[in-house]
Design a protein around this ligand. Structure first.
Ligand SMILES: C[S@@+](CC[C@H](N)C(=O)[O-])C[C@H]1O[C@@H](n2cnc3c(N)ncnc32)[C@H](O)[C@@H]1O
Length: 243
């Protein structure tokens, strides 16, 4: 199975065990725009964690999400908000039909889009002065000894997320963008061991394993864990403005 399409089978657990995004993220993103932000396009909305952040402030969000399992949760979670769910990949979006928008954002999703075309697609969607925000949080164990022990288990299953660093490298020297900025919002969380394992089970590297292999890897990790864990879940936010 393609990792970018692995999330839907675990949509309920994804929504329950993955963290949301702090209000500060919306403050930073909205503050980067020139002029008001009324309409947004979200890339890979998933179950709506970031959708709610902006739609809850009155921004109309067109939430692009290709996976039917994720969309079921997304629709339920945003039913009371100004959100239009678009069943599509970002590559399928017609900028002429959806844009221009004041904001284009992707939370934990930009790395799944086509690196050859994504910045040009964003440029085609945004009005001048509008903002693109690419953000997300890695979940890392705060205890370095524990992190190394878990990494040894994960070395067997190719846990690296492909293309993650490139997605946060920004638009480079494309003339369509200006005011490029990378900000990190620090965040620490405490999980109990079972919740951490349920969280891990929503990560694409685990989702693509066959069930027996997945259970074995998760049991190996579970055996290493104390009852309560400290996690580093800093949110990285790549911002740029349409020139
Ligand atoms: C890790 S989830 C992030 C979901 C949500 N944005 C969040 O922050 O919780 C990645 C999402 O991107 C979606 N996705 C994968 N490939 C995509 C593409 N080419 N265009 C748009 N969305 C895509 C997946 O279906 C999945 O829901």
């Amino acid at each position: 199975m393609d990792r970018s399409q692995s999330f839907g089978d675990a949509a309920e657990d994804y929504h329950r065990f993955r963290p949301g995004y702090p209000a500060e993220v919306a403050d930073l993103v909205l503050g980067h725009a020139v002029g008001p932000v009324r309409r947004a396009l979200e890339i890979g909305a998933g179950t709506g964690k970031a959708t709610r952040l902006f739609a809850g402030r009155g921004v109309h969000v067109t939430a692009v999400e290709p996976d039917p399992g994720m969309r079921d949760v997304l629709e339920a979670e945003t039913a009371d908000l100004p959100v239009t769910v678009l069943p599509a990949t970002f590559e399928d979006v017609d900028p002429g039909a959806v844009g221009p928008v004041d904001l284009c954002f992707a939370a934990a999703a930009f790395h799944w889009t086509d690196p050859a075309t994504r910045w040009q697609r964003v440029a085609a969607l945004l009005r001048p002065g509008g903002v693109v925000a690419v953000f997300g949080a890695r979940t890392e164990l705060a205890d370095p000894g524990l992190a190394a022990a878990v990494a040894a288990v994960e070395a067997e299953i190719d846990a690296e997320v492909p293309g993650l660093e490139a997605a946060y490298a920004g638009p480079g020297d494309l003339p369509e963008f200006e005011a490029v900025d990378l900000t990190v919002v620090p965040r620490r969380s405490t999980y109990d061991a079972d919740a951490y394992v349920r969280h891990l089970a929503t990560v694409s590297a685990y989702l693509v394993l066959d069930p027996a292999e997945r259970d074995e890897a998760l049991n190996q990790v579970r055996a290493l864990l104390p009852a309560r864990l400290e996690l580093v879940q800093d949110v990285r936010i790549q911002l740029a403005r349409r020139a």
